[in-house]
Design a protein around this ligand. Structure first.
Ligand code: NIG
Ligand code: FE
Length: 388
């Protein structure tokens, strides 16, 4: 059995609430013992058990790897000119997705996988050790199936988003497209997708269509999540709770009824600050959700249209500055919150029995993640596999 000690940790963020050390369970002058890729012991640096190998982090900060519960990495091309037009005054609309659909359909499998791997590498260097990714830029049975087939080689958190928008060839018969998404397309992707998602918003799918699509997915054994209330106030968040979605994502708009529904549920509100930033939308008030008892996650939404960032530290900094999160709340949401949004209890904290997915942060405390915006503080990122 391989055992590795990580020693001389100036500040260790455990996310272990039971320690009674605040929201993040922060220990100073700490160490971790890892056995076969799992955390076996956490304690003070002076008391660490003997091991074959050790890593001295020289007083830096260690925290759980970030969990990115919402990304769209299976696509080709980019939409830099659309972003530039928005910054000059244009507004964002769901229809822009069709530009990426055309580029994605034209790409080879190898091109798609290369682009995916480039972005997965970026996520990892921003401290992300688990990521979810969606299809949704193919919108034919063949193209959705290949996106999920390729993605599932690299992450277990794969999401079928055939219901991203109605593609142009179905523009005048959206019901036929819903039938395809819930029928033949679902059959072909079911083996390589864990989740099913729908973009329930203006210019995409209605609440009724979303309910039908998520229900069909659940019947095929996929678990539901949803893009809700990004572009306008609507019924997407209520539907998320009704369907027991793991997460309602975006939540740029919400009202008191939405907060109540989320607070009494098992559905996480996943906020995507990169999307408001890149579409120049108003930011939701994350603190309001938190104070009402809603579980919140932060994710990158990495995609070529509305949020072309792969940086979780950037999302943390924006959530603190513009969504009124405390730094601690933002860090929790990017780690434990992301794990909850994926209904995972083996990641998002540094506790005995959990995966040793870690960030070695080049800073005296994790507060620096928001305090030093735009500065790369990630010294090294480890996943459980690195310790096996
Ligand atoms: O999560 N909102 C829907 N889907 C993506 C955007 C896709 C695009 O513009 O290409 C999102 O923001
Ligand atoms: Fe998205």
């Amino acid at each position: 059995m391989r055992s590795v000690a990580v020693t001389n940790i100036g500040s260790l963020i455990t996310n272990d609430h039971s320690l009674g050390l605040g929201l993040l369970g922060e220990l100073s002058d700490a160490a971790i013992l890892i056995e076969n890729g799992l955390v076996a012991w956490v304690g003070s640096s002076g008391a660490v058990p003997e091991t074959d190998e050790s890593i001295d982090v020289e007083g830096r900060t260690v925290l759980p790897g970030f969990v990115d519960s919402h990304a769209h990495l299976m696509f080709a091309g980019d939409r830099a000119s659309e972003f530039s037009a928005r910054m000059a005054g244009e507004s964002y609309a769901a229809g822009g997705i069709r530009t990426t659909v055309a580029a994605t359909r034209a790409a080879t499998d190898q091109e798609l996988e290369d682009n995916f791997m480039r972005l997965a590498g970026e996520l990892r260097s921003s401290g992300i050790t688990t990521f979810e990714t969606k299809s949704g830029y193919g919108l034919t049975t063949k193209d959705e199936a290949r996106a999920l087939r390729i993605a599932s080689k690299h992450t277990s958190e794969t999401t079928y988003l055939g219901a991203h928008v109605v593609p142009s060839e179905f523009a005048d018969r959206p019901d036929d497209y819903v039938a395809l998404v819930t029928g033949e397309m679902l059959d072909q992707v079911a083996d390589s997708a864990k989740w099913i998602d729908v973009f329930c918003d203006r210019g995409a799918f209605t609440v009724e269509q979303a309910r039908e699509i998520l229900t069909a997915g659940k019947e095929r054994g996929l678990q539901p999540r949803i893009h809700a209330n990004q572009l306008q106030q609507g019924g997407g968040i209520q539907l998320a709770v009704e369907m027991d979605c793991a997460s309602a994502d975006h939540c740029t708009h919400f009202d008191a009824k939405d907060i109540d529904a989320l607070a009494g549920s098992n559905t996480v509100a996943t906020l995507l600050p990169g999307a408001e930033f890149s579409t120049r939308a108003n930011y939701p008030d994350a603190r309001k959700l938190w104070d009402a008892g809603v579980k919140v996650a932060l994710a990158t939404d990495c995609n070529p249209g509305s949020s072309y960032t792969s940086s979780m530290p950037f999302c943390i900094a924006v959530a603190v500055r513009d969504m009124h999160f405390t730094v601690e709340q933002a860090i929790w949401s990017a780690t434990k919150g992301g794990a909850k949004a994926l209904r995972r209890d083996d990641i998002g904290a540094i506790k005995v029995g959990m995966r040793a997915d870690l960030i070695d942060l080049n800073a005296p405390s994790a507060l620096h993640l928001a305090y030093r915006p735009g500065v790369n503080l990630i010294n090294k990122t480890y996943t459980s596999e690195d310790f096996k």
